[in-house]
Design a protein around this ligand. Structure first.
Ligand code: HEC
Length: 110
């Protein structure tokens, strides 16, 4: 038992810096997400119309890929290209973490 407790404690210690880093991304992302609110809603949950996707609760990996693809042109959309173009890798990490951490309206209304 002692062995297991020690392994668990070590696991928690090792995980801490990663958890803290994820929280940093979310906090930074919240500030950066203000420029996205006009179309996607303040927390990515209230887009202004059916052509504007809900970002809240989407997987961070998916959001990151979408933003990188708009930036590179692999995903062609003139509106989002304009917004993804100036984003740094750090911005994309932060924004993806932020929107992924928001609970999706779709889920909460189930
Ligand atoms: C002027 C309106 C507008 C603004 C501002 C805007 N977007 Fe978008 N966004 C769109 C539209 C329209 C789409 C759908 C484009 C498409 O069909 O690929 C979209 C799509 C996306 C997608 C893909 C979602 C999916 O489900 O595939 C992501 C991610 C995204 N936007 C992130 C952002 C972020 C981050 C910001 C702020 C930096 C932002 N957007 C600002 C209009 C906007």
């Amino acid at each position: 038992m002692k062995g297991i407790a020690r392994v668990l404690a070590l696991g928690c210690l090792l995980a801490l810096p990663f958890a803290a880093q994820a929280l940093d991304h979310v906090a930074n992302g919240k500030a950066k997400a203000q420029s996205c609110a006009a179309c996607h809603g303040p927390d990515g949950n209230k887009p202004i119309g059916p052509d504007f996707p809900i970002l809240a609760g989407q997987h961070a990996d998916y959001l990151r890929k979408a933003l990188l693809d708009y930036k590179s042109g692999a995903r062609a959309n003139p509106i989002m290209k304009g917004f993804a173009e100036p984003l740094s890798k750090q911005d994309i990490e932060d924004l993806s973490a932020y929107f992924a951490a928001q609970s999706s309206q779709l889920q909460s209304h189930r």
